[in-house]
Ligand binder design. Sequence first.
Ligand code: AMP
Ligand code: MG
Length: 699
Amino acid sequence: MSRFDTVVVVDWSGGNDTGAKPRKDAIWAGIVREGAEIDPVYLRNRKVAEDWLANLIETEQGRLLIGFDFPFGFPAGTAKRICGSHDPRRLWAWFAEHLDDTPQSNNRYALAARINAGFPGEGPFWFNGTKTPIDGLPHKKTDRSGAFDVPERRAVETRSPSTFACWQMGGAGAVGSQAFTGMALLSRLTARFPAAKVWPFDPGDGPLVFAEIYPSLLKDAVRQQMAEDEIKDRAQVRILARALARMNLAPAFAAGGGNPEEGWILGVGAENALQAAARPTIAPPRLKQDCFALPPGVDWVPVDEALFRLKTALSPVTATDTLPVADANSRILARAPVAQRPNPPHANAAVDGYGFAAATIGKPPHVLPLAKGRAAAGAPFHGTVPPGAALRILTGAPVSAGVDTLVLDEDTTTADGHVAFDGPVKPGANVRKAGEDFGTSDPLLPAGHRLRPQDFALLSAAGCAEIEVHRPLRVGILSTGDELIDPNTTAAAGQIFDANRPMLLSLTRGWAHEAVDLGIAADDAVDVTARLNDAAERCDVILTSGGASAGDEDHISRLLRDHGQVTAWRIALKPGRPLLLGFWKGTPVFGLPGNPVAAFVCSLIFVRPALSRLCGGAWTTPTGHLVPAAFRKSKKPGRREYLRARLTEGGEAEVFRSEGSGRISGLSWAMGLVEIEDGAREIEPGDPVRFLPFSGFGL
Ligand code: AMP
Ligand code: MG
């Protein structure tokens, strides 16, 4: 019962219709569907609410969790008194049968008096909200003796002291009336939707789960996050739905206890995870619109300076979420997680063998009596191993009292209840010490780190259930040019297939961002504008290719200049032309060259670290190493060059047969780039050159 597609939290009410205008003490429903928080729904009375719920259940596509804030059970023994059975379904059915309920009134007080009559003494229910006295229903709690034969509170209510006992039929915070009307509702809904599982009563899992919830568990979060003019019930269902939708529910569902007929409140026993998941999503400030401006007089910017300027201009733009660890694959940490427990949590055996206290076994050769029993992983030995004796211990078993050293199976012989082995024995051998890997509260990984498979082993071993991570960066990718068509269509004269968009989409996904395909725009200001407007709505950053120079058909460059903010960075780089850096409606835009080879190289060198920074990750620098050149080249000073290259079997760098930037095949031929520094260079075969393998760019 862990992940749900939709989580609904219902603040139920035992009172009467509250009118058309949203107000407090009505029924409110908070909804999170596929991670999106939907405006809470106001339901003026129970009839409207029940119809709304039935319709929701019928139309919902995915797995649905519905939480209700009324008790699903009474203190142990009560159900038997009411309906003659401990079975909660019989109890709910009893209320469905005996409660006369309309939006304007119901017989709940009379029913409470009737139930009281079935108890010895005056019975547990109290509070009469009507003017006329009701025989058998005390007005105040002090009017009853408490001499009834069931507990005052359910086990879950003793665990969460701010909860109300269910005996109180009215007054602020009371849940008695809610329980009566709510149990009747449960009876009808479970009859109508037989697939529904009611937690914790029903075993197993299903597409629809009902659970008892208690919004006041998030009192502090609600106080902090409630909008000034917001109705409290609305804020409560909104924030509790968010928390339940985000947290790992498995531990919350596994919590519980007490008598099974009482039920349990989802979240009691998992309060920390619930609080963490209730935290608001914090969106960072947008980038400053002038952050790409170059100082006056700057003409050609060297690559290193361009990288440095970019690094300082950019900051994270993605909001952060608290997620169950299992749902955080490839996400970037927004906060450094710390260990919740040491690793190993207890000293344990590193091998299969025999354990003893090294100081008590005398001189080799050793023959030690074996203690009765053994220790295995998950099945510790509970006694103490006597001095001079040994115990059978298997790998991973907690090291028992009286043991500090192990001897490996292969080094022993056993017979007649004894184990024999030769010395010398190193004290502490083959034992992993508690906390030798890391201790409680040790930082595990830095903020900005992108989670890799091995990190999940670390986080899990350290007992981290939830972590704070950045949302994926949504990267829009737009190709521009009248000559471009989609690769799966037929080309007319003068048309070429769009090569950049498939390449940039793949690069973006490979870097674990969310790629948004914005299609091909014609060289037409209206078309480009429409696509950029759309992109600014649903992307965190936009990559365009083509149209970036200052020519007649270079619409990206002209549009950004006229209607957005833009700076053309003339980077001293080959292959590459000006890189446009700007904003469209507040969203950063990287205008890449149209030429696929140049677009690819600019993406690896500039776009990759920039995107990483925008989504809260570290600034990335490719790793390279010096290798002998297998080629000859004479290079003029003034710009940096990147050549498509691969390593020969002998470890030398050979370069593609043509430096022509239209030769797309060279990109697939290559295994990396040879980087030649900004100054002049005469390269002879055997001279050292810097080779940057594609793997160093995350490819
Ligand atoms: P531009 O920067 O628009 O002048 O384009 C430079 C060169 O790259 C021209 O030859 C374009 O046809 C070509 N080009 C532009 N965009 C693409 C693309 N998406 N796929 C393949 N070639 C392109
Ligand atoms: Mg063009």
